[in-house]
Design a protein around this ligand. Structure first.
Ligand code: DER
Length: 221
């Protein structure tokens, strides 16, 4: 399938940028998992020596499966590179992430990295961000937070489990709301406005890391 080929191509290109001896932030999602698969191959075939910081339970388990040794932000507060996927990316490298409900740790890890490498297939490229914004909210606070999100012009919808009744609970024990704002004219302003609401842990607008971001768009051919 062409999309899977493109994701694999992007993932492998990102993994081939990784130099020996560095610390790598490992994002969450199907595209970055191709990068992790390639890193695992390089560890086996080249003896590549790296340490990874995982952004979710799923990524930690995948890293174990691929033989990528892990470390923590307390041992390595600055990472050389973070590799992650995205849901929408604009020409100015602003993005929306969080389809996988992992964006809180993903933004922490991306922020800690000197270089942020985003791996996508071309379907993720958009002129303007307009997807619903995933927002991680403390369960105690979701009532007051949702009221403020509506005042901001949003339409917050709680993300419910598929094989679990009731809300999705993030790896950090919080709720996820998907909040549509329509076309986002000023992503950085929206990112800050959402995060200034007490009770919001993090939102999926990644608008302030464009300087250190490299976007790799996979090719299917
Ligand atoms: O949830 C996330 O932030 C993921 O990185 C997501 O945005 C991309 O997942 P995909 O690579 O499976 O499309």
């Amino acid at each position: 399938d062409l999309v899977a080929q493109a994701k694999k191509n992007a993932g492998h290109r990102a993994a081939d940028m990784v130099k020996d001896g560095i610390i790598v932030g490992l994002g969450t999602g199907s595209t970055v998992f191709f990068a992790m698969e390639r890193l695992g191959e390089r560890i086996k075939t080249e003896g590549l020596s790296i340490l990874g910081v995982p952004t979710s339970h799923q990524t930690a388990m995948r890293a174990e499966e691929y033989g990528i040794p892990l470390t923590t932000l307390s041992l390595h507060p600055v990472l050389d590179i973070a590799i992650d996927g995205a849901d929408q990316v604009t020409p100015s490298k602003q993005m929306i992430k969080g389809r996988g409900a992992a964006h809180l740790r993903e933004k922490i890890v991306a922020d800690a990295a000197k270089q942020f490498v985003v791996v996508i297939d071309s379907a993720k490229e958009v002129p303007v961000l307009d997807a619903a914004v995933p927002i991680e909210i403390l369960p105690f606070a979701y009532g007051s937070v949702c009221k403020k999100l509506v005042e901001l012009g949003g339409e917050p919808v709680m993300r419910n489990g598929v094989k679990k009744d009731g809300p999705v609970i993030s790896d950090n024990g919080n709720y996820i709301f998907d909040c549509a704002f329509g076309k986002v004219d000023d992503p950085a302003l929206l990112e800050s406005a959402i995060n200034s609401i007490p009770g919001v842990l993090e939102n999926g607008v990644f608008a302030k890391m464009t300087e250190k971001t490299i976007v790799i768009v996979g090719k299917s051919a």
